[in-house]
Design a binder for this molecule. Structure first.
Ligand code: SAH
Ligand code: SF4
Length: 406
């Protein structure tokens, strides 16, 4: 059921979580900060003087080697390994299905525990999108979403709960597990660094990351840690529908790249497409972007704009878009709308997307159109929805056919 927060402006609907996260009896060490790991070691009787060194060892085994069992931690004493094994695991979210698209995109359906042990578990999706010069992992931050954008499939789902840092980092670990992308297994680049199969991360899966700020922050700081997974923050992009009060903190406390789901050039239309706009209108959102810590021509903000036929795709819209972003170091991503069964919009015609794109390009923005990926497995933007509300085989076939005929 959808909970409506009474203090919100009229007509604005923000969902409250239905559940809390309840840790299992034997919690995983994945997703703990160094301080939390030291605390866990303290609870096992490891003397304070050696904890820091032990944390370094664990960090290396977990985030550089990607091990899934304490047994193989040869630098850790046998006794400590046994104690760790008795009280903890190195579990990541359980993979319940893997789908591989005709274009190489992979989607993993991950199972997460529900609030009550033994009752219905939850599912989120994580998508891997290989490209010529990069391979991007699209990571989820919530089961469902707090918000309810009208063009987004996830938005139609209830918000079940926020993901924990371990469940967010765990998605990156799962991708590396499934792709065989741990340190020692990859061939080396000319400069001696390992060639990675996951080079970029986008927080663009299920959920609104800035409604789960602390957990997303802690997870991304682990992913970027130079002694672990070590992904540069320039290669991590957080996409938000515009939670203005958290934008400055995103720059200060995470320091990753920012993407804004803009999608409209007037408050009237944005109120309808992204109802959060009623709370934080366009002018406030753009001000937060201008003030984003670290923004520069070398670190531009990406503005996402979904192309909806007859709704936001006129050339007047394109010109207004370019005008309104003047003075902000920006990139523009025009996203062809990915339809889903029951959606009330259609994707703009390709001809119209090209014309719109030309206006944007002529204003100095490079390659503004992103080709949709993984449509046949419902892995494209805004199509993520957990299998609990799965599509029928016929709906999937229809989508697959659509992807093939493009
Ligand atoms: N909640 C965050 C991140 C997840 S959505 C946000 O809204 O930014 C990731 C991107 O996919 C957003 O830009 C979102 O607007 C876009 N999107 C959602 N539904 C879509 C759809 N059906 N077709 C194309 N893009 C969509
Ligand atoms: Fe949530 Fe983003 Fe979808 Fe809006 S577009 S409903 S914020 S996931």
């Amino acid at each position: 059921m959808t909970a409506i927060t009474e203090t919100e402006p009229a007509g604005f609907v923000e969902k409250a979580p239905l559940e809390r996260y309840v840790p299992p009896a034997k919690p995983s060490l994945v997703g703990l900060s160094r301080a939390q790991l030291a605390e866990a070691l303290g609870a096992l009787g490891v003397p304070e003087g050696t904890r820091k060194m032990r944390v370094q060892q664990l960090w290396h085994w977990i985030y550089v080697r990607g091990v899934t069992s304490f047994d193989v931690m040869s630098s850790v004493s046998k006794d400590l390994r046994a104690a760790l094994d008795a009280h903890h695991t190195l579990a990541r979210p359980e993979v319940v299905a893997e789908q591989i698209s005709v274009d190489g995109t992979r989607k993993w359906l991950l199972r997460l525990p529900g609030e009550t042990a033994g009752e219905r578990p939850h599912e989120v999706e994580c998508v891997y999108i290989p490209d010529t010069d990069r391979a991007t992992l699209c990571v989820s931050s919530q089961v469902g979403c707090t918000l309810n954008c009208t063009f987004c499939h996830t938005g139609t789902q209830r918000l079940v709960r926020n993901l924990t840092p371990g469940e967010i980092v765990g998605q990156v670990m799962v991708a590396r597990d499934r792709l065989g992308d741990w340190h020692e297994k990859q061939p080396l680049n000319a400069d001696g660094t390992a060639r990675r199969l996951v080079t970029n991360i986008v927080m663009m899966g299920m959920g609104e990351p800035l409604y789960n700020f602390e957990n997303v922050r802690d997870a991304l700081n682990i992913v970027a840690d130079g002694e672990g997974i070590s992904l540069s923050k320039r290669r991590i992009t957080l996409s938000t529908s515009g939670v203005v009060p958290e934008i400055a903190r995103t720059g200060d406390e995470i320091g990753c790249m920012l993407a804004i789901s803009l999608h409209a050039v007037t408050d009237e239309l944005r109120n309808e497409l992204v109802p959060l706009n009623r709370k934080y209108p366009i002018a406030e959102l753009l001000k937060a972007c201008r003030d984003y810590p670290g923004v520069s021509n070398a670190r531009r903000i990406t503005f996402e704009y979904v192309m909806l036929k007859g709704v936001n795709d006129s050339l007047a819209d394109a010109k207004a878009l370019v005008r309104m972003l003047k003075g902000i170091p920006a990139k523009i991503n025009l996203i062809p709308f990915n339809p889903w069964p029951g959606s009330r919009y259609e994707c703009s015609d390709w001809e119209q997307i090209e014309k719109f794109s030309e206006v944007v390009f002529n204003a100095g923005y490079a390659s503004p159109v992103r080709t949709p990926r993984g449509r046949d497995i419902l892995a494209a933007c805004g199509q993520l929805k957990s299998a609990t509300e799965k599509l029928s085989a016929r709906e999937r076939m229809a989508l697959r056919a659509m992807a093939m005929t493009e």
